[in-house]
Write a protein that binds this ligand. Sequence first.
Ligand code: FE2
Length: 359
Amino acid sequence: MLFKNTIVRCASAPRTLQAEEDPGQRAVAMPLLTRFRHTRATTVGLCERLEAEDFVVQSMPDASPAKWHLAHTAWFFEEFLLGHFRSDYQCFEPRYGLLFNSYYKGVGQAFTRAERGLLSRPTVRDVMDYRQHVDSAMEELLARRGDDAEMQRLAELGCHHEQQHQELLLTDIKHAFSLNPLRPAYQDQRPPSLATAAMPLRFAEFAGGVVPVGHAGSEFSFDNETPRHQVLLQPFALGKRLVTNAEYRDFVTAGGYRDPAHWLADGWAVVESAAAGDSLSQMFGDVWEWTQSPYSPYPRFKSWSGRIAEYNGKFMANQFVLRGGSCVTPRNHIRATYRNFFPPNARWQFAGLRLAKDC
Ligand SMILES: [Fe+2]
């Protein structure tokens, strides 16, 4: 165990890996400094179960080493806040920008994503020192410039960005462990048997109509959740629960992969409107639910301005939207309007299926 301050739930429910506290329910009242500290400590806490070798492994090009996630989230605060709002900021190591910039072409070069696992240096200890350096500088910035709206906006974004990487850190470790014949486990506790958990699969019908989609209100959202707009839905029905692993196994063994008829299903898109009711279960925090909605901009979408404009908009091609959050998504990071996105061949997240049909 390299680090302390773990804030990990150890219950046996599917949400075993999520952060213990639920600051999102209190986000409006929580001072930004408190939220910043909580977010940063949670990331380190998630690593307490890792051993030194786990921090460096990169099991595939889409996954990143835990060490990289730790450093990249620090770099985000350094690049987009400290370097901009503090003229006296002393950069921890200028060369880190090359290593820990993910994809922001507007701020400089980025190291090859698929080769992040080759970076044995800086060491984990170096990266933790880097995080502490950034934390100290950020705390001073938040104290000095707490009334600066733009700084607040970016600091809030930095916390949400770090929460995204908390989930990625866990799913990337999951993938790495899954390739190891010794079957290492992130935690010893197993969820209780799911043999009796699934209720009979029934559908809930929805009338459709013109429904609002997208984020509204003053609380944080990513730019890809806006603007709120109207969508016309034809009558539809959704499975009241998710498809179970056993059902999916039955589908495969029955030849489902060999029958193209099953891969031409009509699209269903707007879980968001259905999520407003209470007729469906497992809508949030179990697995990300694939939709057949292309990840594309909402009508009249505008990306954020400035150097952060690359955050979401440039990925709006050849990917599909996933909804609902998974068992490793920080709980206060989950909301109905959140649009996660992956290419259809991405399989290493906690993702699943819900049946849908026209009425
Ligand atoms: Fe990132």
